[in-house]
Design a protein. Structure first.
Length: 297
């Protein structure tokens, strides 16, 4: 069965003329006449009979028109209608890849917003780090990465969310300061460091080395989540993304101070696979995340 024949039949029934049908379909009259002959043979019916200058449909043709019109309209809408995502009614699970500090900073607000706008949406967060993003996308282990990531291949789409600096975070009862922490105090106290590849130095150490200085790193981990508990019980300092430091200050009462050595800023971004670039649901979620991050500036 050639579906093009069904389209030709419907146009013939609407126009009731081979010449007008040929004009509508941008075909020659011989092609339309040949198609009509095939349709007559297929259905064992004349379908259209000559009546003066026009052609009139047979009963069989009218039955076919009534049945085929909605069917072909449905096919057309399925193939060509723009995909839409209605968050209020959608049932969808998104898998997000994040470092734990991004999850601590972003997810409380994102989840609350999703509960309001998209109650049927589920979120699954998987741990990621700057070096895992490309592999996780390639293996479909996440729909969207939200963190700091190294550059990936051409199919890896990226959208920068914001530029972030660093702050010192500590308990002022254990690390007493009048105002900002001094470079001397920074060097004197113990430090906590998050490292993803077993490195024993971080970005602050490279800056200190250029000054001929060294800090006292006493604790390394792959996660930020243990730091507040340690800082509340030990006279130690952590150098963390400024948005996370602000969150811990607000929620836990830890003190914030500028880093007493100049450090470069970094970008937080969203990454996704190009094959999901036209996914309306993922596009909506990216927009929501971008809105939340902008409101936290």
């Amino acid at each position: 069965m050639d579906l093009n024949l069904m389209v030709t039949l419907l146009v013939l029934l609407r126009e009731r003329s081979v010449s007008r049908a040929a004009e509508r379909l941008h075909l020659g009259q011989p092609a339309i006449s040949a198609a009509l002959a095939r349709l007559r043979e297929l259905f064992g019916d004349e379908l259209l009979v000559r009546a003066g200058r026009d052609m009139l449909p047979t009963v069989k043709a009218l039955e076919l028109e009534a049945a085929l019109t909605p069917a072909l309209q449905h096919i057309q809408s399925t193939l060509f209608a723009p995909a839409v995502f209605d968050p209020a009614t959608a049932e969808r699970t998104f898998t997000l890849g994040m470092t734990d500090w991004v999850e601590v900073w972003l997810m409380p607000r994102l989840f609350a917003r999703l509960q309001q706008l998209a109650p049927g949406v589920h979120i699954a967060v998987r741990p990621s780090d700057p070096f895992q993003g490309t592999a996780m996308l390639e293996k479909d282990e996440m729909d969207l990465g939200v963190s700091r990531f190294v550059d990936g291949p051409a199919w890896q789409k990226k959208q920068i969310l914001r530029t972030i600096g660093y702050s010192c975070i500590y308990d002022r009862k254990l690390v007493p300061t009048k105002n900002a922490i001094s470079l001397q105090q920074y060097i004197a106290h113990a430090h906590l460091l998050v490292t993803y590849r077993s490195a024993l130095q971080g970005i602050a150490d490279h800056a200190l080395t250029e000054l001929g200085l060294k800090r006292n790193i006493r604790y390394t981990t792959t996660r930020f989540s243990t730091m507040p508990g340690i800082l509340q019980q030990s006279p130690a300092i952590a150098t963390v993304p400024e948005v996370l430091a602000r969150y811990w200050h607000k929620q836990l009462g830890l003190h914030i101070s500028p880093v007493p050595v100049e450090l470069p800023q970094f970008t937080v971004e969203m990454i996704w696979h190009a094959k999901r670039d036209a996914d309306p649901a993922l596009t909506w979620l990216r927009g929501l995340i971008q809105e939340l991050v902008a409101s936290d500036a």
